[in-house]
Design a protein around this ligand. Structure first.
Ligand SMILES: [Zn+2]
Length: 282
């Protein structure tokens, strides 16, 4: 069957259209709105499987990283097609693996930011109010604010401003409300770039997280990494680990300068598919 998810700019209209198209092709897929962005765009989720154990794969916290929406949606499509055909994906019997799993995809956490980025702002990562969503989560937020201020970031900015207070942004609140409502056994945040896997935040990091990160690295060639500087606090995975004490990961997809070129997308996906399957089914 013709692929729906192809390399293309992942603006809000495109992603919403693709969610609808996937839902119509695969009737077992659920499409549910989670909430709205600053400018009123819907933040969509797609859910596959009806098992007891929930896994979250979320993408495009950062505007220029809309390639991550492509990877998220392509994985969803490939899983759906494998389920429909009762076919293996890589070596996984997806149909059986999904008997105890429910995988939720959130391809576009920051839809307003992507519109700004695609309309020509070459460095834009934030939301429509100039808040960097991945600096706005309530994990070491005050420490991060001090680091931002040292760098001269004290207000709305294209990147790296954590906002007036933790969880001040609707996009952040959508993600925290979701995680408080659904008990995810693990959460994966897709970013770009660097081909790295981040797995650690503070004392509540589960002991199995490093092993999981190593398993993901071994099938992808990605590097198991530790954050430094302004990436040390305030991120979604940081908050997820601190709040729930369960495994949370940031995967930095691809290599190069954001936004990564469309010509890289297929190769990036090919390299990470097995890793993402492991991240979902571990
Ligand atoms: Zn990012």
């Amino acid at each position: 069957m013709q692929k729906l998810i192809r390399p293309q700019p992942m603006d809000y209209g495109t992603v919403s259209g693709l969610c609808t198209a996937l839902r119509s092709r695969y009737r077992f897929l659920q499409a549910v709105p989670l909430g709205q962005s600053v400018q009123g765009r819907t933040i969509w989720s797609l859910t596959l499987g009806d098992g007891e154990e929930n896994v979250l794969i979320a993408a495009t916290f950062h505007a220029q990283e809309w390639m991550t929406a492509f990877v998220c949606l392509r994985l969803c499509e490939r899983l759906c097609e494998a389920v429909k055909q009762h076919r293996l994906l890589v070596d996984w019997n997806v149909y059986r693996a999904l008997s105890d799993r429910r995988i939720m995809f959130v391809p576009l956490v920051n839809p307003d930011g992507v519109e700004i980025a695609l309309q020509g702002d070459k460095v834009w990562q934030a939301n429509a109010r100039g808040v960097d969503i991945n600096h706005n989560f309530n994990a070491g937020w005050y420490k991060l604010q001090q680091l931002e201020q040292k760098k001269g970031i004290c207000g709305p900015s294209a990147r790296q401003w954590g906002g007036p207070f933790p969880e001040s942004e609707p996009e952040t609140a959508v993600m925290t409300a979701l995680c408080r409502r659904v008990r995810f056994r693990q959460a994966i945040a897709l970013h770009s770039q660097g081909e790295e896997i981040y797995w650690q935040y503070g004392e509540k990091t589960p002991s199995e997280s490093l092993l999981m990160a190593r398993a993901m690295a071994s099938v992808s060639g990605y590097t198991v990494a530790s954050p430094t500087g302004l990436a040390s606090h305030g991120g979604f995975k940081d908050w997820f680990i601190e709040e729930f004490g369960r495994p949370g990961f940031t995967i930095e997809l691809g290599r190069g300068e954001n936004p990564l070129p469309l010509s890289d997308f297929e190769e990036i996906y090919r390299k990470v598919e097995e890793m993402l399957l492991i991240s979902a089914f571990m």
